[in-house]
Structures are given as C-alpha cells and as structure tokens.
Design a binder for this molecule. Structure first.
Ligand code: ASP
Length: 316
C-alpha cells in the first residue's frame, strides 16, 4: 500500500539548547505540530500532496515564530519582502513569488500562479497586482510587526556599524542569532504524487531587492515524481549557486542514489565546500522521508502512515 508522508521545516541554524528557554521550546514544538497536523489531515483524507504542503506552510506563515508570512524579518529599509514557491511533482507545474509585500500567505499566491496563470514566477508589484485579481488575502504593515524581529533587525543594523568599530561583543551577539527561519513542507500523497513548498521573509537586513533561494525553482524548492520533492533552508546565495534542490533530484535520476544519499552528498559535501550553511527536507514517491542539515539544528517534523511521528529541533 502507498505510504503517505509529510515532512516540514521551520528553518535551520545555530539553534542551541542552551540558548532556548523551556517555554520557547514548547512553543516551537506546538507550532511544528500544528503545521504537521494541518498538512497530514489532508493527506489522510485522500487529498493531494500540493494541498497538504500548502496547508502546512500556511500554518507556519501565520505563526510569528517563523521567518515567513506574518513573522517575516525586516529588510534594511524596515519593510517586509517575502518569497515563496510551490511545485507539483506529478506534472512539474510550479508557481513562485519574490519580493511581495502585505500578502498574508505568500505560498497561497505562489499556488494561485501555478494554478491560474500561464506563468511560473512573478515578482514585486506585478505579483501583488495578480494577488489582488485572485482575491488573495492581504494584511496591513502592522500585521507583520513583531517586537522580536524588530529588535533582531535593529541589532543587525546597529551591529553593522558597531562591527566597523570592531566591537567584538556586538559581533558575538550577532553570531548567536545566526539562524534561518524559512519554512517548508514536502509530501507524498496516496497516489504517490509528491510536492514541495517553501516560504520566507529572506534574511534580516537584506538589501537591493535581494532574492534568496526559496522561490527559485531548483535552488530552494523542487519536486518531480520521478525522483524527489525538496524544500531548503539556509544561506540562500550558496544554495542558488549549488542549484541545491535540483542537484538532489539529478543525483537520484542519473546516479541512482537513494533520497538520503543524494541529500547527504549535497548538504554535507557540496554545500559545505562552498560555505552553504543550512539544511533541507525531502520525500520520494515511495513516501521515504529525509531531513538533513549541516548547522547545529533545524526545526523539523515528520509523519507517515507507517507510524512515524517526530518533532525535532536540535541535532540528533
Ligand atoms: N534561504 C532563505 C534565504 O536565503 C533564508 C532561510 O532559509 O531562512 O532567503
């Protein structure tokens, strides 16, 4: 019988137990669980992998804890510009957005592009215009404000100038906060179709309309029934250069590697070689799941119809 599976991540980075309070750990665990159940219930009812990854990602986009949707980080101009992508491994259809503002659920917009346009990738004001036409839910700027992210941005912004003044204490404080909070989901449904979705606010203090790997098909997000569905998190630039998600697919297709082995090659060898800090989650059409990272931790969770159910934060 076809195994149904779902895996999610809420970002990778320097997530150390000693920097976490028990309350915060509980909050993250609850949020990961909520997202996992939001997606899994769809698969269990016989729904599609695309619907499941969208629901799982939307749940995290609505949660301030994660750097996506509502909890998106601040750009250097003090605004929020979000990126997201979705891909259906059944027919390779895909949708993506970059640099969108005031969209409550960027993954919903990416899915609308995939399902209701002749395009794959929209950016900025054009994407926002399409969102209006599609009646995608918008929110005012205040919705995306959180004191925590604001302080994080201020530390980063001030940190830059302090770093020039060679203030080690400030630099250290910055390093401690070096984590990525992008969210993503991969799923395999009862028909053996797989899908991936990823959503992010990008990197704190980002400049110049910077776009990361998350909305770039093949870099931070990819799905193909023949191989795998992958969602990445980490320092976007190296992930783009490595074409990370597609490379996993290629190694499965051409070298016949298993999902785990192909992901291991990319995460622990190829990305490490170019200082590509981060991780990824993956699923194949048999419903196998893998969750790998080269950072200290990664918020992650997985569930399948063969009894697997895990929620994890730190290294194994
Ligand atoms: N990969 C994202 C980016 O570079 C950041 C993250 O994963 O948190 O935009």
């Amino acid at each position: 019988m076809q195994k149904i599976s779902l895996a999610i991540h809420g970002g990778a980075g320097t997530i150390l137990k000693e920097l976490m309070t028990p309350e915060l750990e509980q909050e993250y665990t609850r949020a990961l669980n909520e997202s996992l159940q939001a997606g899994y219930v769809i698969l269990k009812k016989g729904g599609s992998a695309v619907d499941a990854v969208q629901a799982a990602v939307m749940s995290m986009e609505d949660n301030l804890l994660f750097n996506a949707g509502r909890g998106s980080v601040f750009t250097n101009k003090g605004s929020h510009e979000m990126d997201a992508a979705v891909m259906d491994g059944y027919n390779l259809s895909a949708g993506a957005v970059a640099g969108v503002k005031n969209i409550r659920n960027p993954v919903e917009l990416a899915t609308a592009i995939m399902q209701h346009s002749n395009h794959v990738f929209l950016c900025g004001t054009g994407a926002n215009e399409f969102a209006l036409n599609q009646k995608i839910k918008m929110e005012p700027d205040e919705y995306f404000f959180s004191q925590f992210r604001y302080d994080q941005w201020k530390a980063m912004r001030d940190g830059d100038s302090y770093a020039l003044d060679h203030s080690n204490a400030k630099v250290e404080a910055l390093m401690k906060d070096k984590k990525f909070g992008t969210v993503g989901a991969v799923a395999c449904d009862k028909n053996g179709h797989i899908a991936a979705a990823t959503s992010t606010g990008g990197m704190t203090n980002k400049k110049y309309g910077r776009i990361g790997d998350s909305p770039v098909i093949g870099a931070g997000n990819y799905a193909n029934n023949k191989t795998c569905a992958i969602s990445c998190t980490g320092h976007g630039e190296p992930f783009i250069k490595a074409v990370a998600a597609y490379d996993v697919s290629c190694m499965m297709e051409y070298k016949k590697l298993s999902l785990y082995d192909a992901m291991y090659e990319v995460v622990n060898k190829k990305l490490v070689a170019i200082e590509g800090e981060g991780g990824m989650i993956g699923v194949d059409a048999a419903g196998n799941i893998a969750m790998l990272f080269n950072t200290v931790g990664m918020y992650r969770a997985a569930r399948n119809s063969h009894g697997l159910e895990v929620v994890k934060i730190y290294g194994d």
